[in-house]
Design a protein around this ligand. Structure first.
Ligand code: F6R
Length: 606
């Protein structure tokens, strides 16, 4: 959440900052700002409410400094407004700061150190920059000394980029819990929350670790640990392709990403299944042993990623013979259940940056428990800090609503479960031909994608003018319903619940009235008649129903029919039509599909 960029020593600092912020807009898009300065200390600070395009409109061609910092915000403290937008400045405006994260003790700091300061915003960041300025000036300290002193007083998460108007050729950086990278340019250096923001300028990056402070100049980068000891670190090459980030001819990234799902399934097969033997998974022995040694798997995740965990639970248990618990990251760290004797933690996270998941990882690592991260982003925090990583190979996912990462997460969990099942000689795993089954999944998705037009028409009719809706399903379809409901509500703002079909009658059916839309998912022949019974119950109370069914359960009047795939994998195929339902319902409402209100792609605050 929130994106930070910075550059020192380039002739076109403004352009680098704006381009970078555009790439980081997925991290927050309620307001933005930049501070740009040149060698002669001429500087300008511009802020705007709304998207980066609104900021761009306010930037004069005259703003052509050589160094600067920029920020795109996802509000935590203080509503989205120009005053609350970053950068913030110290009492006499000498210091300028951008911040990603949350300062938890901001009130105490304000009461203790800043009672006489006039603060204009409602942000924790303004308190941080006032504190830094005060410590430096009143203590007659160097910027590094004063900054370090302030950092010791701050509690919470932060990635900071600080500039001093007295020396416009330095950015001071500090990091704790929130991500930040240094980009190495030719004759200039940069900082950014995500390599994607600076990939146009460089592919050489330096990772930063918690509690480090960095002095970034045009021709040097000095990293220091919490005690001030200089740390030597080699850069890494980020393998990102700019064309991967574009949306081509698509109106929205979400539609492009939905369409990419068959290709992602095939990529996962290619990366994880041996060419010579379809039953041999390419998963490191160490990972297999970690799973086999565990008496219980704890899947830690948030939102859509936790739904992927629920979707995978049943097949993971059947193939590995190990019980699996799915835990919400935001709850687990503070409400930890009684753990089994030999737990293994699997962190599922598209971004690999989710703060809720990371706080669990840090706590569980301290207790000595191994961590496996399943993520789309190599080098992300959760990947770096885990013992093992399995990548999703889904390509950059830009739309805030996750689609291809969700289906890839289930597929990669299937790869792992199959690999472990083979390793322990489980006959269910032996007879599960994942190569063949994932190929069928890819074809089933392709077939669905050819029906977009019909789905669009049905959605327009079914969800027109509604403010609420329900998804219902049993078993795997219940988990798919949870994901389907999240997708619909987060982008179309239709209030939607994903419900266990049989549970509805235990209270919630009271909400069904004339023309309430209900979407029923039916993919399991054994229990189809029960779900159909639940459909009849809501129809009798006035609901209008849209059915999404597997071919082997289909009846003449069903709305969307999905090709048959292995029961372990229906959570992938059944969700695809619901992604399209969410997409078209949002188009119908003329909303921004890719950037829904109040959300951000990477949730780096707890
Ligand atoms: C919804 C969505 C979110 C994320 C959640 C966790 O479409 O994308 O619910 O799944 O914020 O994010 P990651 O997977 O990056 O940990």
């Amino acid at each position: 959440m929130c994106g930070i960029v910075g550059v020192v020593g380039s002739r076109n600092a403004t352009d680098i900052l704006i381009q970078g912020l555009q790439k980081l807009e997925y991290r927050g898009y309620d307001s933005a700002g930049i501070f740009v300065t040149d060698k002669n200390k001429n500087s300008v600070l511009v802020k705007a409410v709304g998207r980066i395009s609104a900021l761009q409109e306010k930037i004069d061609i005259e703003v052509n400094g050589t160094s600067g910092i920029g920020h795109t915000r996802w509000a935590t403290h203080g509503k989205p407004s120009k005053i609350n937008a970053h950068p913030h400045v110290s009492a006499n405006s000498r210091f300028v700061l951008v911040h990603n994260g949350v300062i938890e003790n901001f009130k105490e700091l304000k009461e203790r150190y800043l009672t006489d300061d006039k603060l204009v915003s409602k942000t924790d960041t303004e308190i941080a920059v006032h504190l830094i300025g005060k410590l430096i000036e009143e203590g007659n300290l160097s910027v590094v000394e004063g900054f370090r002193k302030a950092l010791k007083l701050l509690e919470g998460s932060f990635a900071f980029a600080l500039m001093d108007r007295k020396d416009s050729e330095i950015i001071y950086v500090a990091k704790n819990k929130s991500p930040l990278l240094i980009g190495l340019g030719n004759g200039y250096n940069m900082i950014c929350s995500d390599a994607m923001a600076m990939i146009r300028e460089t592919n050489r990056f330096l990772e930063l670790y918690d509690e480090e402070m960095v002095i970034v100049k045009r021709d040097s980068v000095k990293i220091m640990d919490a005690n001030g000891t200089v740390v030597k670190r080699k850069p890494y090459i980020a393998k990102l392709d700019l064309s991967d980030i574009g949306k081509g001819a698509y109106p929205y990234y979400m539609l492009k990403e939905i369409d990419e799902q068959p290709a992602v399934m095939r990529k996962i097969m290619q990366k994880y299944i041996a060419n010579t033997n379809p039953h041999q998974m390419k998963v490191e022995q160490e990972i297999l042993e970690a799973v086999v040694k565990a008496d219980r798997i704890y899947v830690i995740a948030a939102g859509t990623s936790s739904h992927a965990g629920w979707a995978a639970k049943a097949f993971f248990e059947q193939l590995t013979k190990t019980p699996v618990e799915i835990c919400l990251a935001s709850e687990f760290g503070y409400n930890t259940p009684l753990l089994s004797k030999k737990p293994l933690f699997i962190y599922i996270s598209q971004s690999g940056e989710t703060a809720d998941s990371r706080q669990v990882l840090v706590k569980m690592k301290k207790l000595g428990y191994k961590a496996l991260t399943i993520t789309n982003v190599p080098g992300s925090t959760l990947s770096r800090e885990a013992d093992y990583t399995l990548l999703l190979y889904a390509g950059s996912e830009i739309a805030v609503a996750s689609t291809k990462a969700y289906t890839a997460q289930i597929a990669v969990m299937a790869v792992l479960a199959k690999a472990v099942g083979e390793y322990i000689g489980n006959s269910v795993a032996r007879s599960f031909n994942l190569l063949q089954e994932l190929s069928l999944v890819a074809s089933a998705i392709e077939a669905l994608l050819t029906e977009k037009k019909q789905i669009e028409q049905k959605v327009y009719k079914h969800l027109q003018n509604t403010r609420n809706a329900f998804y219902i399903g049993r078993g795997a379809d219940y988990y798919a319903s949870m994901e389907a409901a999240l997708k619909l509500k987060e982008i179309s703002y239709i209030q939607c619940e994903g419900f266990a079909a049989g549970e509805l009658k235990h209270g919630t059916i009271a909400l069904i009235e004339e023309r309430t839309p209900v979407q029923a998912l039916i993919s399991n022949k054994e229990i189809a008649s029960h779900t159909r019974g639940n459909v009849m119950e809501v129809v009798s109370r006035g609901a209008k129903v849209l059915t999404i069914v597997s071919q082997d359960c289909a009846q003449k009047e069903d709305d969307i029919v999905v090709q048959i795939v292995h029961p372990f994998l229906t959570c992938i195929t059944m969700v695809v039509p619901t992604q399209l339902v969410a997409y078209y319902a949002t188009l119908q409402r003329k909303l921004d599909v890719d950037k829904p209100r109040n959300l951000a792609k990477s949730v780096t605050v707890e």
